[in-house]
Design a binder for this molecule. Structure first.
Ligand SMILES: NC(=O)c1ccc[n+]([C@@H]2O[C@H](COP(=O)([O-])OP(=O)(O)OC[C@H]3O[C@@H](n4cnc5c(N)ncnc54)[C@H](O)[C@@H]3O)[C@@H](O)[C@H]2O)c1
Length: 89
């Protein structure tokens, strides 16, 4: 499955990223690094099924269609939901 993890460089998000990659899924992270840290996903950067965008979910267009959004970063508006959910297949 293609998984989009918002806040994927944070505490929970980085563990989710690890778990989905380990399961064999394709993972894309969007994180603005407001409280997260790029070091949390550094070990995944070269993985062929992992990619990331440093940006806010409020305005960042999802990079490609995806199948699952396990966690939506909560400090957001309806616009964020509309923005990110538009790429959910
Ligand atoms: N070692 C530890 O035990 C430890 C470490 C960190 C956090 N915690 C705790 O774990 C709990 C859960 O942590 P968490 O994962 O929810 O918090 P987090 O702050 O680690 O993760 C949230 C992530 O969302 C990102 N983010 C926030 N707004 C965004 C936006 N608009 N667009 C894109 N990205 C955005 C942040 O940069 C961050 O990476 C908290 O209670 C925290 O205190 C524990």
């Amino acid at each position: 499955m293609r998984i989009l993890i918002t806040g994927g460089a944070g505490f929970i998000g980085s563990y989710l990223s690890d778990a989905y990659i380990e399961r064999g899924d394709t993972v894309h992270v969007i994180d603005d690094l407001s409280t997260g840290n790029i070091h949390n996903i550094a070990h995944l950067k070269k993985h062929p099924k992992f990619s990331y965008t440093i940006d806010t979910v409020q305005t960042c267009p999802p990079p490609a269609p995806f199948d699952m959004l396990p966690r939506l970063q909560m400090n957001n508006s309806g616009e964020t939901l509309k923005n990110v959910a538009s790429a959910l297949m």
